[in-house]
Design a protein around this ligand. Structure first.
Ligand code: HH2
Length: 264
């Protein structure tokens, strides 16, 4: 899954793809490099980010979705949003996947939109909301809590009519978690995968990798990102959400070739 942020304030690529033509060209490149899914977002969820209204969010993403739908018919277009109105408008423009970091809690109408469309969706764990989520997060056992939360959200989605085979789960690396929480989730990712739903992991260029490597500039965290993604893959991740598709694809080719045949 390639990241395409159409935002002025995302943590690693703020403002780079605000021009729709540049965003579409970047999405085409990510697809050419091997991204099967293009995740288009119009609202930053970085820690401390201010919320954006649905109208502005849609104004940012609509031309990009339309452009990508025409330019890369083979890609699945994902809309990264917590708002049902934005998801509905994105689905009408050819998106086939809803990436909701609130796991259907942010907007009461979201479950119905996903169920009616019959599209894929990603339900992610987040403690609190982006503005406050990094204020001293604490867990008894982070993996256990995340696993229970995701299990409950998947059951909620199914009860609202979302087909179980369309559901992906995401532990929400960096969303209301300390460095140690993120590492514990990656160490024990197999416990999340054991829920039986495909697992999405979004760790690309995130600040915990900066803490581990001393790299302050997110663009300098590509090697750290690739290493962590290979480990996530080996522990059962099915979808890797990344800014840097080409090095990830190379690394996964090598990782897949070295796994036992029935696990690759
Ligand atoms: N992380 C971000 C945004 N959306 N979605 C899922 N499913 N999982 C994630 O880990 C995830 C996500 C944050 O990263 P990014 O999009 O690069 O930054 P921003 O939210 O500042 O736009």
């Amino acid at each position: 899954m390639g990241v395409l942020n159409v935002t002025p304030d995302s943590f690693s690529d703020a403002g780079r793809w605000l021009d729709p033509a540049a965003a579409v060209a970047h999405g085409m490149e990510l697809h050419r490099e091997g991204a099967a899914i293009l995740d288009v977002g119009g609202e930053s969820t970085r820690p401390g980010a201010d919320p954006v209204g649905a109208e502005e969010e849609l104004r940012r993403v609509a031309p990009v979705l339309e452009g990508l739908r025409a330019a890369v018919p083979g890609a699945t277009l994902s809309i990264d949003t917590m708002k049902a109105a934005v998801a509905r408008a994105a689905l009408a423009r050819g998106a086939g996947y809803v990436n909701d970091v609130s796991a259907l809690r942010g907007d009461a109408a979201m479950a119905e939109v996903v169920a009616e469309a019959g599209c894929g969706c990603c339900l992610m764990h987040m403690r609190g909301e982006p503005r406050t989520m990094q204020d001293d997060p604490r867990y008894e056992d982070v993996v256990d809590e995340v696993r229970r939360f995701l299990e409950e959200r998947a059951a909620f989605a199914v009860a609202r009519g979302v087909a179980p085979e369309r559901i992906h789960l995401d532990p929400g690396i960096g969303f209301g978690k300390t460095l140690e929480h993120n590492l514990e989730l990656l160490r024990r990712l197999d416990e999340v995968a054991a829920l039986g739903f495909p697992v999405v992991v979004g760790l690309s260029r995130k600040s915990f990798l900066g803490r581990l490597t001393g790299r302050e500039d997110p663009a300098q965290r590509v090697a750290a990102t690739v290493a962590a993604n290979v480990l996530a893959y080996e522990r059962g991740a099915a979808v890797l959400r990344v800014h840097d598709v080409a090095p990830t694809v190379d690394a996964l080719r090598v990782a897949a070739a070295t796994l036992p045949a029935d696990e690759a």
